[in-house]
Ligand binder design. Structure first.
Ligand code: ADQ
Length: 474
């Protein structure tokens, strides 16, 4: 295999040691093992179109470019985060579509492709990430790039009715079918994509993993993203004085902690979760004074109005629960509205009896896997996980809940709080095995092996440049 070329909305800061997130860990690992490029937006916004900047880190080159104000407004906040993000998380009610958004989305992908093309070598393998960049392969193909190109979607692929409500969905389908491999997080996403192709295209669905459109063969698969288990477990075992003091205080007072950490996003189900905790205190009053819920929610996409709304709702709900139940020496909810370092997050997960991870919809949810990795084998905590998180396909020994059903989540909290040690240990052993087997390195290897293998077949069986289907003029 030649070099690996990765394109994602943002790149990582390679100077930083303790890298967060499965995407970063998996990609850095893959890039280090075979060398290559990583291209993305540098996070800056300016008036004029910026150049491509290059920095070298051993055998990895990082290529970045700023966005213009209009690109940030219409491509990033607009089509990516006011159309695709809500729609793919089943929130068509929050979708705010404007033609200038999709036009700019297309233009930015074209600009990125034009910046990338001169950097490419013939045997480079190109891996494009996530919903911001779905048209990249189509744009690269237009420039005559014949390399293997794979796409991985980090967020869910929605049910057919929902995807077909996204304006310009035939064009998005055309874009996806220009890849050699389209990878999803879960089997459910693969099924949704299939059903969509069956109903809305003349693609020949040869098998669940193989679609033929005209002369092109497109492979489809699910590759659940993982975490760096070893690193997270090690971080959770490093003593943190403040966390340890709190743990001892709770022990003396016969209290336990529930924890959640999320980006403050409407897809994460934070208001439902607070309502469920309130219900738990109502249904099981013996836990008043004993259960403490720590919600860490880092600010996210604050320029999009739906995110301001969720923040206000959350503050109001948390305030109301504390107002109703708090005593002079106990507050049921502690709400932290910022990002906290992993060196703190990991020991906090370890010292919490319950990980309450209940998104309404989530591609995977790495926090669930991090919570499992952080636990002490001899006295592990218990994970309560939404059945609508991608992680639920793998983490079946968690207590799986419907996050919309407040009563069910409240009862799950009670079940977790009263679960015998042996059952916690048994569930944890099975969960840890799966999280360890499917870690970040496994994820990138499995994906890249599939991309390489399938691309060979494609090259042998057809002309690589054959368009997957006619460009829909819609
Ligand atoms: P995200 O929606 O960002 O990612 P997630 O998978 O939960 O969600 O990853 C978030 C990362 O940020 C985790 O490593 C977590 O520890 C960290 N984090 C979250 N809140 C934090 C806080 N308050 N302070 C510090 N760190 C915090 C998208 C998709 C997911 C998919 C990932 C990876 O939406 O479904 O799992 O990509 O594919």
């Amino acid at each position: 295999m030649g070099r690996l070329v990765v394109v994602s909305n943002r790149t990582a800061n390679l100077a930083k040691k303790n890298q967060a997130g499965g995407l970063t860990v998996g990609i850095i690992d893959a890039l280090r093992s075979q060398g290559g490029l990583w291209m993305g937006w540098d996070g800056n916004v300016q008036d004029a179109v910026g150049d491509l900047r290059r920095s070298e880190h051993g055998n990895i080159s990082i290529l970045t470019t700023p966005l213009t104000n209009a690109e940030h407004e219409q491509y990033y906040l607009g089509f990516s985060n006011k159309v695709l993000w809500p729609a793919f998380h089943n929130r068509l009610d929050l979708m705010d579509y404007r033609t200038e958004f999709v036009d700019r989305y297309s233009a930015v992908n074209e600009r990125f492709a034009k910046l990338l093309a001169p950097q490419l070598e013939n045997d480079d393998v190109i891996w494009i990430h996530d919903y911001h960049l779905m048209p990249m392969a189509a744009e690269l193909r237009k420039l005559g790039i014949d390399n293997r190109i794979g796409f991985f979607l980090h967020i869910p692929f929605p049910p057919v009715d929902v995807f077909s409500a996204v304006p310009r969905h035939p064009w998005l389908r055309y874009c996806l079918l220009q890849y050699d491999l389209v990878g999803f997080q879960t089997l459910n996403d693969v099924h949704n994509f299939h059903r969509y192709l069956e109903e809305h295209s003349d693609a020949d669905i040869i098998s669940p993993e193989l679609v033929r459109v005209r002369e092109r063969t497109v492979h489809i698969g699910h590759y659940p993203i993982g975490i760096d288990v070893k690193q997270f477990a090690q971080t959770s075992s490093k003593p943190d004085d403040a966390v340890e003091l709190e743990r001892m205080r709770r022990k003396v007072l016969r209290r336990f902690q529930l924890i959640s950490a999320d980006r403050l996003d409407y897809s994460k189900g934070l208001p439902h979760r607070i309502k469920a905790f309130r219900k738990f205190l109502d249904l099981y009053p013996e836990y008043q004074g004993h259960a403490e819920y720590l919600q860490i929610a880092s600010p996210s996409r604050e320029d999009v109005s739906a995110y301001g709304d969720i923040r206000a709702e959350l503050e109001q709900l948390a305030g109301a629960v504390n107002g109703k139940f708090a005593d002079f020496n106990w507050a049921p909810i502690q709400y932290i509205n910022r990002s906290i370092p992993r060196t703190k997050l990991a020991p906090l997960f370890k010292s919490s009896l319950i990980g309450l991870i209940t998104p309404l919809r989530d591609g995977m949810n790495l926090v669930a896997k991090e919570y499992v990795a952080a636990q002490d084998d001899s006295d592990p905590g218990i994970l309560i996980l939404s059945k609508f998180a991608g992680a639920a396909e793998e983490l079946r020994e968690a207590i799986l809940v419907n996050p919309y059903n407040i009563q069910e989540v409240a009862e799950a909290i009670h079940k977790a709080a009263t679960m015998p040690l042996e059952e916690r240990q048994l569930r944890h052993r099975k969960l840890l095995r799966r999280v360890t087997d499917h870690d970040a390195q496994w994820w990138q290897r499995k994906y890249l092996n599939a991309l390489l293998g399938h691309a060979e077949q494609q090259a042998q069986s057809s002309g690589r440049l054959a368009p997957a289907e006619a460009h829909p003029n819609v």
